[in-house]
Design a protein around this ligand. Structure first.
Ligand SMILES: Nc1ncnc2c1ncn2[C@@H]1O[C@H](COP(=O)(O)OP(=O)(O)O)[C@@H](O)[C@H]1O
Ligand SMILES: [Mg+2]
Length: 488
């Protein structure tokens, strides 16, 4: 074996797990290789490290591997997991434990790439970064991402939006139609070249803005000046929906009176406007003195000011354009109106996609815990569950982004076959993640809690076992920079 000799196997050896005494420091998470009884070079991964003070360990080592030069004071002791070896294209694992005393070597990149399934996917690959500490590209197959959904999870400040930006850059490069629900107005910055690239050479990334690829819409164009107005057709809304647009959570007493107003307006003029509804509400208030009508008139006047409704709303074909990315900027929009916007947009996409009226597309939902919470109900919960479970059939891919995985509807999260996990520390969230990822070892769960910003765990996406990836630098500007109270 040409690879660097780093230590010996010792102690009790299991089929999938074993202990290594390291003569050369190797980082946790790093790949090592061990030859088994049948001369297969088996890829393994170091998952835990410790230093020992038990002299028994040194004596045992001297016994099983005499003259190995391991001294307790210098040695590191690690636990490692078997990943496997590739034979006839399939990853297999040895049926017997390795022998204590067997040499452990650092794995070379070709072996890692081969066993892990790190391929350059050419036309369909989204390049998200490099295998941690290596120069192997981590590419996610875009077709698979869209067909099998994706989640991006980490605590606040963990680097979710940055990573989603990387993904969106790749999707734009590949002319994938994308829609992003952007509650903080962070993604418009993808138009501009990055002025803060990090290790651009290592990642092989050149600064680039995506101005020509981006469309942006917002219900509030006073605050979000780069966006075109996102409006909804008044005449497509029933009384209940209209009340939600007015921010009425307590709709009970209002539904029937508003329904009456809409019917009257529609009878008088099929092309009624909000002004007509306001006029009728005032007239009815004057007629029968019921305060509900006065209150409705006020709400409708407020609604008119929001400019959320128009006689003819934004058309679907303005919103979804083949090969472009559409940002739905919800900055400054009240939470219940955000839910409503998401519900209406997603429902329309789903229906129109079923009929093939819009191209296959990739939908990113930032702050997903607000739109499909595990506890309680958001108006948008139902359509999100539908898209999560049925979207793939119709070429509607979903990316769920959240800082509180434990608070995202499990039905939605469990549909995401690929997971990109950055640092997570909240124990409930760690548990939610550990339960949802196949092949996650205890060592990896520990590592998730201590990941540096910019490193993510990739699970699924056609890789044999979860792997750690240094997220590549952005070509375009990141819009979610943390803001200092005191300038540095
Ligand atoms: N891969 C990365 N490389 C460099 N800086 C990063 C990376 N990921 C995140 N950051 C920085 O960390 C901060 C938080 O990242 P962000 O993506 O906005 O977090 P989140 O969306 O999870 O709250 C930002 O200031 C960003 O510049
Ligand atoms: Mg963010």
């Amino acid at each position: 074996m040409p690879e660097e000799d780093v230590g010996r196997i010792y102690g009790d050896v299991g089929v999938g797990q074993f202990k290594v005494a390291l003569t050369t420091p190797v980082e946790r998470g790093e790949y090592i290789v061990v030859e088994d009884d049948t001369h297969h070079r088996v890829l393994c991964q170091l998952s835990q490290l410790e230093r020992k003070s038990d002299p028994g360990a040194e004596r045992t080592l001297e016994h099983i591997a005499p003259g190995n030069g391991i001294h307790l004071a210098d040695a590191l002791f690690g636990k490692a997991n078997v990943v496997g070896f590739r034979e006839n294209g399939i990853v297999a694992v040895p049926q017997l434990p390795f022998k204590p005393g067997t040499e452990v070597h650092r794995a070379d990149e070709s072996l890692i790439a081969d066993v892990m399934g790190l391929r350059e996917n050419g036309k369909t690959g989204a390049y998200v970064g490099l295998l941690r500490g290596h120069s192997l590209r981590v590419e996610l197959d875009i077709n698979q991402l869209v067909q099998r959904h994706l989640s991006v999870l980490a605590k606040t400040g963990g680097g979710k939006s940055y990573l989603v930006g990387v993904l969106l850059e790749e999707f734009m490069k590949h002319d994938v139609t994308c829609i992003i629900i952007d509650p903080h107005g962070e993604y418009g910055s993808l138009r501009f070249k990055s002025d803060k690239m990090r290790n651009a050479e290592r990642y092989g990334v050149e600064a680039r803005g995506f101005r020509d690829k981006i469309l942006e819409f917002s219900p509030d164009t006073t605050l979000n000046r780069d966006a075109k107005p996102l409006t909804f057709s008044l005449r497509n809304l029933d009384a209940r929906e209209l009340l939600t647009f007015m921010g009425s959570t307590n709709v009970r007493g209002y539904v029937a009176p508003l329904k009456g107003i809409i019917e009257a307006a529609a009878q008088a003029n099929a092309e009624y406007t909000l002004k007509d509804l306001i006029r009728i509400a005032h007239a009815r208030a004057a007629e029968d003195g019921n305060p509900t009508f006065e209150s409705l008139a006020e709400k409708l006047e407020y609604l008119e000011e929001t400019k959320l409704l128009a006689p003819v709303g934004t058309s679907l074909h303005e919103l979804v354009v083949q090969g472009k990315m559409t940002i739905v900027n919800l900055r400054g929009v009240a939470p219940d109106v955000q839910e409503l916007v998401v519900t209406r947009i997603l429902s329309t996409f789903f229906e129109q996609r079923k009929r093939g009226k819009i191209p296959p597309l990739f939908l990113v939902i930032e702050e997903a815990h607000n739109f499909c919470p595990q506890q309680g109900q958001a108006m948008s919960s139902r359509i999100l569950k539908t898209v999560a479970s049925e979207g793939r059939k119709f070429g509607l891919g979903l990316c769920i982004v959240s800082q509180r995985p434990a608070r995202v509807d499990k039905n939605v999260l469990s549909q995401c076959a690929t997971q990109l996990i950055l640092q997570v520390t909240n124990p409930l969230d760690v548990r939610a993640i550990a339960q949802s990822i196949e092949g996650l070892t205890d060592g990896m769960t520990d590592m998730i809690q201590g990941l540096p910003v910019g490193t993510c765990l990739v699970s699924g996406a056609g890789f044999h076992t979860p792997l750690f990836c240094d997220v590549r630098t952005r070509a375009s500007r990141h819009g979610g920079e943390s803001v200092n109270v005191i300038p540095t």
